[in-house]
Design a protein. Structure first.
Length: 403
């Protein structure tokens, strides 16, 4: 059986539903990614008002992001396994309900401990979404469009970067941070309704126990290699990206306005990269990852060499975002290629590795920045992404089908 056949298994309803409804469902899943990701990252733009209002330090407020990210990574393999027999539409609507209620509680919470505990629970919901969302999108469209559906869903990352975080910050400036989270509770509820209306019934396609989840990389060598590549890639990317602002402030004395433009350019590049990746992974999955990684390395080198000029920064960040979009989509396809019969379980391990390495990348990058200098985080990114590229280029020389 081919990977496409396995992904669009007999439980997939695409034969009984119209293509239009299928793509509406993909749009609803993309919107789900948008609200999950913006909720997770929203405190980054609201650190100062949250700190002042709740009477805690800025560093403590940052734990809102850390707690949700760690919960998303460490809890997902267990929750995906425990819910392995739950209909995926029902599971996604439950996750969105948790998100809506969590944002509502955050908007009215009288103290910081309640907010932090709420964020922890929301993190578990977020992690499960990352494990099941892409596979759901691939199952509700015709098999030949599965890869395109995955690319559309992943574009939600770029939309959150370009629109979501700045919009949340703008809403706070017009009102307060509680209003921002209240509005996001409403958005989460609207996405809940969209999923309930557009997504067909999706029985779980690959039930796997907790023990089997953690045995996957032991028995499955290709999956183990993919997870190692993900670790290298995420550590390198986020180790460098987390410190883009201090790097630019140090090298170019960049203003807040210019940094905002740079981050929007990065998100735009990510959207372009998602589109390009959606066209290339079917032709060469291995090549897409390798070329995307090499472009990312080139972009980081550009930051080091011509990053003292505004045009150099813009060009480097656009290429970096583009490369991130291609590599991001490629690594999801690689996970599917390595474990087509247990994709959700494999994605739960992918999510665990990804989110944990976001936190570790920021931690290691911070140590480099503090003790060696902020420029060292860019070199850290170059070395780790290069390791991922070398590992991908030296394994799986045969053509590996994409989704």
């Amino acid at each position: 059986m081919s990977i496409q056949d396995e992904t669009n298994s007999p439980v997939t309803p695409h034969e009984q539903m119209s293509p239009t409804r299928g793509w509406l469902g993909v749009a609803a899943i993309t919107a789900s990614l948008f609200v999950f990701l913006t909720t997770e990252l929203m405190p980054i733009g609201l650190l100062t008002p949250l700190s002042a209002s709740l009477g805690v330090s800025v560093g403590s407020v940052g734990l809102m992001v850390t707690a949700q990210g760690l919960a998303a990574g460490l809890g997902v393999p267990f929750i995906v396994a425990w819910t392995r027999r739950v209909n995926r539409r029902r599971l996604l609507t439950t996750l969105l309900a948790v998100l809506a209620v969590g944002n509502l509680i955050t908007s009215i919470a009288p103290n910081y401990p309640l907010i932090l505990g709420t964020r922890l629970i929301m993190g578990f919901a977020s992690g499960v979404f990352w494990a099941i969302g892409v596979s759901m999108a691939m199952r509700i469209v015709p098999a030949k469009h599965a890869n395109r559906a995955a690319a559309v869903v992943m574009s939600g990352i770029s939309i959150a970067t370009v629109v979501g975080i700045p919009l949340g910050t703008l809403l706070e400036s017009a009102g307060d941070w509680r209003t921002t989270f209240l509005i996001w509770a409403g958005l989460s509820a609207l996405v809940f309704l969209a999923v309930a209306v557009t997504i067909p019934s999706l029985p779980s396609a690959n039930a796997v126990s907790v023990r089997e989840v953690f045995e996957l990389p032991v028995r499955n060598v290709p999956l183990r290699l993919v997870l190692v590549m993900v670790v290298f890639f995420v550590l390198g990317h986020f180790g460098a990206y987390t410190f883009v602002r201090p790097y630019l402030e140090d090298r170019t004395s960049a203003t807040v306005g210019f940094i905002t433009v740079v981050l929007i350019v990065f998100g735009t590049g990510g959207a372009i990269g998602n589109f390009i990746g959606g066209q290339t992974v079917n032709k060469s999955l291995r090549g897409s990852f390798v070329v995307g990684g090499l472009i990312m390395i080139a972009a980081l080198v550009m930051l080091l060499t011509i990053g003292t000029y505004d045009f150099g920064v813009i060009a480097a960040m656009l290429l970096w975002g583009l490369a991130f979009g291609v590599v991001q989509l490629s690594q999801i396809n690689m996970t599917l290629s390595a474990a087509p019969e247990t994709f959700e379980a494999a994605m739960s391990l992918n999510t665990m590795a990804y989110n944990t390495c976001i936190a570790l990348g920021a931690l290691i990058g911070g140590l480099f920045a503090d003790h060696v200098g902020v420029t060292s985080v860019v070199w850290f990114g170059i070395v780790l992404v290069a390791l991922a590229v070398i590992l991908r280029a030296s394994t799986g020389r045969g053509t590996t089908p994409a989704i």
